[in-house]
Design a binder for this molecule. Structure first.
Ligand code: NZQ
Ligand code: ZN
Length: 386
């Protein structure tokens, strides 16, 4: 196992009815900025619970953070933070609202002239404006990690940022919020969390059986609960397990002491940047091609995954590994997610070269656990996914 440090300071408050704890978790001596998205929280009762819990706090609201949070929208919130002397933020939403809040947390204390540099120059954040979250959509794990992704559609860019200063102080994870999530977003959540696990698992054997089994446990649980949650999102048993799987998939634990890949995400982000395709769907498009392209390097773990997740005991390592890629694609399809780019757009001529250029421009020239996925290799993976 590799050496590692583990720092996961976010307090998780999990369970039915826990949103009321905002009253004591959010500081009363600071002006609060409450951030949310396009309004789903006003229809499903979450907004009422949040404002009721904060009725004795001084709160200013900022709404309209869109899916794949936009830099230009966030700049408007940044102005409010500065003009109103905001001392604490509360994100109420899914990955997009939480990620947007993380960008603001960093930008609020940033000393440079241009906050875009935090993304473009990949400046790590060691201290941010403090914030907490109320998770409304299980998927990204953003509620318990220190990463964020921000988009700038005018320039077809989708960029990652992070740093130890960007962990939420607390996250309230109440599985009853799942009842109002549309089927498409539920499928996205399952596919995103599933891929998060694979990005940290599907590399090469690293003498870390506990991490492997943690990962396999999350994958098996997601496969088990996916049909139940999509059928009935008000099923509390399924919703609570779905929510905790998504958090555990990307809160840092399963990646400690092992190599990680993340090339699927970095390449897939370009599909959202150019076409606006939902994050999880871009992963389902890229992952099968990425694993086919890197087959030789990943085949041992692919075969282990075939055996332990899909009960494939027959055949050679290669046969099991190939079968595992096929089964993974079928799993995404079983969620109603298309796994080829051509299902989302007709306009992909020359797209692979645009991806290669963007990756090069952003300094992402050596992706994957072996750092051997160059922009040219990434372009081939994209072409295989057409
Ligand atoms: O905006 P509203 O009206 O709230 O509607 C949202 C949004 O349209 C809706 N929604 C959220 N909770 C709901 C609900 N609808 C009904 N009931 C509820 N309880 O769902 C839509 C999608 O929300 P969004 O936050 O965009 O989804 P998700 O959580 O999948 O976040 C996606 C973003 O996170 C980034 C992605 O790249 C993308 O930008 N990621 C962040 C990561 C991280 N910080 O660690 C890792 C991921 O790999 C990912 O890259
Ligand atoms: Zn993801």
């Amino acid at each position: 196992m590799r050496n590692f440090e583990l720092y996961v300071p976010t307090k998780i408050i999990f369970g039915k009815g826990e949103i009321k704890k905002l009253t004591t978790e959010v500081p009363k001596d600071k002006k609060i900025l409450l951030l949310y998205g396009g309004g789903s929280i006003k229809k499903n009762g979450i907004y009422v619970q949040v404002t009721e819990a904060l009725k004795d706090h001084e709160v200013i609201e900022f709404s309209g953070i869109e899916a794949n949070p936009e830099y230009t929208t966030l700049l408007k919130a940044l102005e409010i933070i500065k003009n109103e002397d905001i001392g604490y933020m509360l994100a109420v939403g899914g990955g997009s609202v939480i990620d947007g809040t993380k960008f603001l947390s960093s930008a609020a204390l940033y000393k440079g002239d241009n906050p875009w540099d935090i993304l473009a120059k990949r400046i790590r954040t060691f201290e941010g404006l403090p914030f907490g979250t109320v998770l409304t959509l299980p998927a990204t794990g953003s509620e318990m990690n220190s990463g964020a992704v921000v988009s700038r559609s005018e320039t077809n860019q989708k960029m990652v940022m992070g740093g130890p200063g960007l962990f939420p102080q607390f996250s309230i994870c109440d599985p009853t919020v799942v009842h109002s999530i549309p089927k498409r977003q539920l499928a996205n959540g399952v596919a995103d969390a599933y891929t998060h696990v694979l990005e940290q698992y599907m590399t090469y054997p690293a003498d870390a059986p506990l991490q492997d089994r943690f990962s396999e446990g999350i994958l098996q649980t997601l496969i088990e609960i996916a049909p139940e949650i999509i059928k009935d999102p008000s099923n509390y048993k399924a919703a609570s397990n779905f929510m905790w799987c998504c958090t555990m998939a990307l809160n840092g634990y399963i990646q400690k002491g092992v190599p990680t890949d993340w090339s699927v995400h970095m390449i897939a982000h370009e599909l959202t940047a150019f076409y606006g395709i939902d994050h999880a769907r871009t992963l389902a498009v890229i992952l099968p091609s990425a694993y086919t392209k890197k087959f030789e390097q990943k085949k041992e773990k692919l075969a282990q995954y075939a055996e332990r997740i899909f009960n494939i005991s027959e055949g050679t390592t290669e046969e099991k590994a190939k079968n595992a890629i096929q089964k993974t694609e079928e799993f995404f399809q079983s969620l109603g997610i298309e796994t080829k780019l051509s299902a989302y757009t007709d306009d992909y001529d020359g797209f692979s070269q645009k991806v290669a250029k963007n990756l090069k421009d952003h300094g992402m020239t050596a992706l994957g656990e072996h750092q051997d996925i160059t922009p040219e290799v990434a372009a081939e993976i994209v072409e295989m996914a057409y």
